[in-house]
Ligand binder design. Structure first.
Ligand SMILES: [Zn+2]
Length: 502
């Protein structure tokens, strides 16, 4: 015999004999498989649901939402979910919807003012150390999202697109859990191009608890949702065509590159409410190898080794092959802006490097090219020539503050956009005593000594790393009021405290 308790969001059963409560259903979660006690998840589930926990008795391990007193003995309970946390969302450095329009979207740029707290640390040359660590998810090649997903508290997800595995961090038990796909859920694997999702919260669709994002897959574009109580995930088809590049959002229009039945490249438009939009056949264009789309100047740009596809919603997409022998160096970073607001990409013609103007709409005129005398690493005006910042035009001479930095190479990882600053600030890696080619440092070369640095009003050395390889696999993210840095080779994710929001 069991008593049934109904709260505004959930239904619980109370076992008459044991007095234990079991969750039967809860808004938006689908089927509940109540294994929380056996799986060591009771505390996490209580926080997720805003339920109550015992404080001074042990008549039940968990109580339904809103319970203030133990029904057996009357002692007060700990009520959760009353004061929701206010941590900012993180959807990957390329998915910040709060950046102003004059900053390119889709590059590793965050609107979070990370420098305000990181610059309080002892400045260089003092070498700092991380404040916190967490284990990496079992599938370590992944992207991270930190959001509430409609629950009272923020949680962290790690999606490994290569394996199609979605992982959930239980911060109370400090354990990663693999979320199992529910029956009929789509395979989340995606490997055709750079991975990128579109957070459901950026769209104009009614919010549902558990909502995560629109995710590209080899079968189609899906709306992904989680049930962290049952440790499962489910999908809902939005577009049933093989997706070949990360989807983009520009002025309430989604652009999705797909493989058409005839093998050509298609661009499917969707409204931000997911209503069907225009469809374009782009012809015989590549079906893999695209960058995440960059949103700038009212257009989405997908970049490729062979050219760029630009789409301004309301118009047809335009394919612009790279001119003559010029090839982009996409590993060196991404587009950057000149002072007049045009967007440029670094590349080379086999002989020397140059910046090429992107998206130039001139008829029968070649895009402008600006020669430079060596590789430059970075994106969105967080740009370095070897160890020195480039602060004027992308092709201007570097700003030499310290000659010693001639022997180092700086790789920008994340820019922190701040309207009040004249110089870009952000998170970088500095490879010490490295005078080889930039391309080799980014490939398989093992770099003996690397420092993790914050470049801002004051430069701060956050940590140092011995024997780093494949630095482009470093993934920064912000979660639970810390900046974290993950690399698939590391046995822990390093975290630095950010000030509590005031
Ligand atoms: Zn009690």
């Amino acid at each position: 015999m069991a008593y049934r308790w109904e709260t505004p969001a959930s239904v619980w059963l109370e076992d008459e004999r044991s007095g234990q409560f079991e969750l039967v259903s809860s808004d938006g979660l689908g089927r509940i498989d109540w294994q929380a006690a056996a799986r060591g998840r009771l505390a996490d589930c209580a926080h997720l649901l805003g339920a109550s926990l015992p404080q001074s008795c042990d008549h039940a391990a968990i109580y339904p939402e809103g319970f203030a007193f133990c029904p057996t003995c009357g002692r007060p309970l700990e009520r959760l979910g009353i004061a929701p946390g206010r941590h900012p969302d993180w959807w990957g450095p390329y998915a910040d919807a709060l950046l102003p329009r004059h900053v390119p979207h889709g590059l590793p740029v965050t609107s979070l003012a990370l420098g305000d707290s990181l610059e309080e640390r002892p400045p260089a040359p003092e070498v700092g150390r991380f404040d916190a660590a967490m284990p990496p998810p079992p599938n370590a090649h992944c992207v991270f999202a930190a959001a509430t997903f409609g629950f009272p508290e923020q949680r962290l997800l790690a999606l490994a697109p290569g394996r199609g595995v979605l992982q959930y961090w239980d911060p109370l038990a400090e354990v990663w859990h693999v979320l199992l796909p529910e029956e009929g859920a789509a395979d989340l694997a995606f490997g055709a191009s750079d991975y990128g999702w579109l957070p459901t919260s950026h769209l104009q669709v009614p919010a549902r608890r558990g909502d995560v994002a629109l995710v590209p897959t080899a079968r189609g574009l899906y709306r992904l949702a989680i049930n962290p109580v049952s440790e499962t995930c489910r999908t809902e088809a939005v577009l049933a065509a093989p997706v070949v590049a990360a989807p983009g959002l520009m002025r309430r229009q989604l652009g999705v590159l797909v493989r058409n039945p005839g093998g050509t490249l298609g661009l499917c438009g969707l409204g931000a409410d997911l209503s069907p939009g225009p469809q374009f056949d782009c012809g015989a264009l590549p079906l893999s190898g695209w960058t995440r789309p960059i949103g700038y100047d009212g257009q989405l740009f997908w970049l490729h080794g062979e050219g760029q596809l630009a789409w301004r919603p309301g118009e047809a997409p335009r394919w612009l092959a790279w001119p003559d022998t010029w090839l982009p160096s996409l590993d060196l970073g991404g587009p950057t802006l000149s002072r007049d607001g045009r967007m440029w990409l670094i590349g080379h013609d086999g002989q020397s490097y140059s910046f090429l103007e992107l998206g130039a709409e001139r008829v029968q005129a070649r895009p402008q090219r600006e020669p430079i005398d060596g590789a430059r690493l970075g994106f969105a005006n967080l740009l370095f020539r070897r160890g020195h910042p480039v602060v004027d035009e992308p092709w201007s001479g570097e700003h030499v503050e310290d000659q010693h930095e001639d022997d180092s190479l700086v790789l920008p990882l994340l820019r922190s956009f701040n309207n009040n600053r004249s110089q870009p600030s952000g998170l970088v890696l500095r490879f010490h005593k490295y005078t080889g080619r930039a391309e080799e440092a980014l490939a398989n070369r093992v770099i003996a000594r690397t420092t993790v640095e914050w470049i801002g009003r004051r430069n701060v050395i956050l940590d140092e790393v011995a024997r780093l390889a494949r630095p482009l696999e470093c993934v920064p993210f912000v979660y639970a009021n810390r900046l974290w840095l993950h690399h698939p080779d590391w046995n822990r994710i390093r975290g630095w405290n950010l000030e509590a929001p005031t």
